[in-house]
Design a protein around this ligand. Structure first.
Ligand code: C5P
Length: 232
């Protein structure tokens, strides 16, 4: 399993998404489909992008009682995606149920990745609103360890945390890291950002890149720049 660049296709319609992917004539970048696009365009957009030959990370961040997550994952497994995710806060029982649900009758399954603490949650909010008293990095590592113990394949985390996650859960435990910006680019609403070369150095396995590619004047060139800096 090599390192790869995943493009966050945060679009609100099928047309916009396919027009964007058409620009990559011949190339088949790994694509992330999140809640916005999935709720707008439904399972059909997943089938269409898959049929075009892309690998897909379906980023729906499931979090419910174990039985509900298990059944939802069983439905998602039929879409033949390559990666799905859930919230580690749902507990180990929920993560184990998810793995059971997502495993296809032939034993194959997509990679299952846990969200630890969302990068939009500050330590202060986590302590005051969620009543989690431990420091942020300790909480993230604890959730990552729970995900590993439940048999999951990795976590979504900040690139800054990728090295420590590997130390805690092993080198084979995957780190999927958003919050990527070119050193000379606009940060937008992301705060703790890293450029692709630095993410490679810290040890991210996959970088998730949205606006630096989707909003670029030349998205294909921006994607290639990410691949050159992160993969090659
Ligand atoms: O446009 P940008 O590069 O900021 O997009 C990052 C993508 O990664 C978005 O789809 C966002 O929802 C997702 N993401 C994130 N931080 C997390 C989890 C997911 O930015 N902790």
């Amino acid at each position: 399993m090599g390192k790869d660049v995943i493009i966050a296709c945060d679009f609100s319609s099928k047309e916009e998404t396919l027009a964007f992917l058409d620009k990559f004539s011949g190339k088949k970048p790994y694509v992330k489909i999140g809640m916005e696009l999935f709720y707008a365009a439904g399972p059909e957009i997943v089938r269409e992008i898959k049929a075009r030959g892309h690998q897909i990370f379906l980023d729906l961040k499931l979090h419910d009682i174990p039985n509900t997550v298990k059944k939802a994952m069983a439905v998602l497994s039929r879409l033949d995606v390559d990666m799905v995710n859930l919230h580690a806060a749902g507990t180990k029982a929920m993560m184990e149920a998810a793995l059971e649900g997502v495993t296809r009758p032939d034993g194959s399954r997509p990679l299952v990745i846990a969200v630890t603490q969302l990068t939009s949650t500050s330590q202060e909010r986590m302590q005051e609103e969620l009543l989690i008293g431990a420091p942020m990095d300790e909480t993230v590592m604890h959730y990552a360890a729970n995900a590993a113990a439940a048999g999951l394949d990795g976590v979504v985390c900040s690139p800054m945390e990728a090295g420590k996650v590997h130390e805690t859960c092993g080198k084979a435990f995957l780190t999927i890291t958003p919050g990527i910006r070119f050193a000379d680019g606009d940060k937008g609403d992301q705060v703790r950002v890293t450029d692709p070369a630095k993410a490679k150095e810290i040890g991210s396995d996959y970088i998730v890149v949205g606006r630096p590619i989707t909003a670029a004047a030349d998205p294909v060139a921006a994607y290639e720049r990410c691949v050159n800096d992160f993969v090659d």
